[in-house]
Ligand binder design. Structure first.
Ligand code: SAH
Ligand code: SF4
Length: 395
């Protein structure tokens, strides 16, 4: 399926049969939801709290997918659970490994849809980039996902499931009772920067991240989770209150005229509206700065004047500016800014007192870099359409 990639492994795993069964998937249920499900299944009220903790630990701390392995539960109870519930994560359809170690997983979810999940190993951390939607309703003109229509929102199970399947693949389930410290983990950070706009799927993203952050769940600190949004202003304050993770904003332009073109949601909530929501962001502090993502597009948004305007616009907001060299994709209407231009831009920002790291593109050889993700089924559909068009009318 991905034969053209440099290093490809087909890893057809665990095609969970959830959709065909009527068993309820426990993955992705919040604690109160799990509690309710267990009570409905006859678990006595005075035991349910302990059962929730036990099951939760087996699933999220030990990576167990089979009720029979839950050895601190009575045999009969395990059988009852297995009759009514399932522990299902989406299937990895294929995995590609870049020359730089980046891994891109093609993940199949119910309904035959596919999303991509990317693991990026670095010296001091390992970041998992997860998707929140199949496709995207927004149509940012530089983004490959934006050329694909929204197919559907992912469920909380499918969102937290991406973390679980990556842990399966990396062999990262800790020994019982010995959760490793965050910084020694293979997956030490999670970023919601894959396919989709996370704030247009708020509840599922929130529930999934609560499981990722829960001390009895995946147990990652909220400061190791970053949610990236194109600027869904009405949901920004809720992100701080109900999730509490770090925030990244896809800013990308310094005038409304240019931002309208690059990030069309700007026509609804413009730069001023966005900045005012950020100034009011409940968790704003120097230790929890907002990341402004800024894609460097040659001749479009990369002038010295843009850099100076950017600094003026965000004055007063504890911020760091992440410059992203544009990642090209077939048919993209933009080019990456020259390296000297990116450095000159970074220099102006740095001299104004902001950290201005330039993001190293990762996994470019397997199209895993930010903004390049798009489901393979969609790519295949398009190339079939193109071949049909090029070969002319049949007969
Ligand atoms: N929908 C969310 C999160 C997904 S995109 C958002 O837009 O923020 C993650 C980041 O990659 C965003 O900052 C996005 O603007 C950026 N991006 C998209 N396409 C890109 C491309 N081709 N090259 C570089 N960055 C890109
Ligand atoms: Fe959607 Fe983000 Fe791509 Fe814009 S940049 S189209 S919001 S995924």
């Amino acid at each position: 399926m991905t034969a053209s990639a440099p290093i490809t492994q087909d890893v057809v795993t665990i095609a969970r049969k959830l959709p065909e069964t009527d068993r309820i998937n426990l993955v992705g249920l919040t604690r109160p939801q799990l509690r309710a499900a267990l009570i409905e299944n006859g678990t006595p009220e005075n035991k349910v709290r302990m059962r929730v903790d036990q099951i939760w630990q087996w699933i999220y701390q030990k990576g167990v997918r089979d009720f029979d392995a839950m050895t601190n539960l009575a045999k009969g109870y395990r059988a009852e659970l297995a009759g009514r519930f399932a522990i299902g994560v989406p299937a990895i359809v294929s995995k590609q490994v870049s020359a730089d170690g980046t891994r891109k997983y093609l993940v199949r979810i119910a309904g035959g849809h596919e999303v991509e999940t990317v693991y990026i190993p670095e010296a001091d951390r390992g970041t998992l980039c997860i998707s929140s939607q199949v496709g995207c309703t927004l149509t940012c003109s530089f983004c490959h996902t934006g050329t694909q229509k929204l197919v559907r929102n992912l469920t909380a199970a499918e969102i937290v499931g991406q973390v679980m399947l990556a842990r399966d693949d990396l062999g990262e389930w800790p020994e019982p009772g010995r959760a490793p410290r965050d910084e020694t983990r293979l997956i030490s950070n999670v970023v919601l920067m894959g396919m989709g706009e996370p704030l247009y799927n708020f509840e599922a993203v929130r529930d999934a991240m609560q499981i990722v952050m829960d001390g009895e769940g995946i147990s990652l600190s909220r400061r190791r989770i970053t949610l990236s949004t194109s600027g869904v202003v009405p949901e920004i304050a809720r992100t701080a209150e109900e999730i509490g993770c770090l925030l990244a904003i896809s800013f990308h332009a310094t005038t409304d005229e240019v931002r309208d073109r690059l990030v069309p949601i700007n026509r609804k909530w413009n730069i001023e509206a966005l900045l005012s929501a950020l100034r009011d962001y409940p968790r704003l502090s120097t230790s929890e700065r907002i990341t402004f993502e800024y894609v460097m597009l040659k001749g479009v948004n990369d002038s010295d004047a843009d850099a100076r305007r950017l600094v003026r616009l965000i004055a007063g907001i504890p911020a760091k500016i992440n410059l992203i060299p544009f990642n090209e994709w077939p048919g993209a209407p933009y080019e990456r800014s020259d390296w000297e231009r990116i450095e000159a831009f970074a220099d102006i920002i740095y001299k104004a007192g902001y950290a201005s790291p330039i993001r190293t593109p990762r996994g470019e050889d397997i199209m895993a870099a930010c903004g390049q993700l798009k489901s393979a089924t969609e790519r295949a559909r398009r190339s079939r359409a193109r071949i049909a068009a090029e070969s002319g009318p049949a007969g």
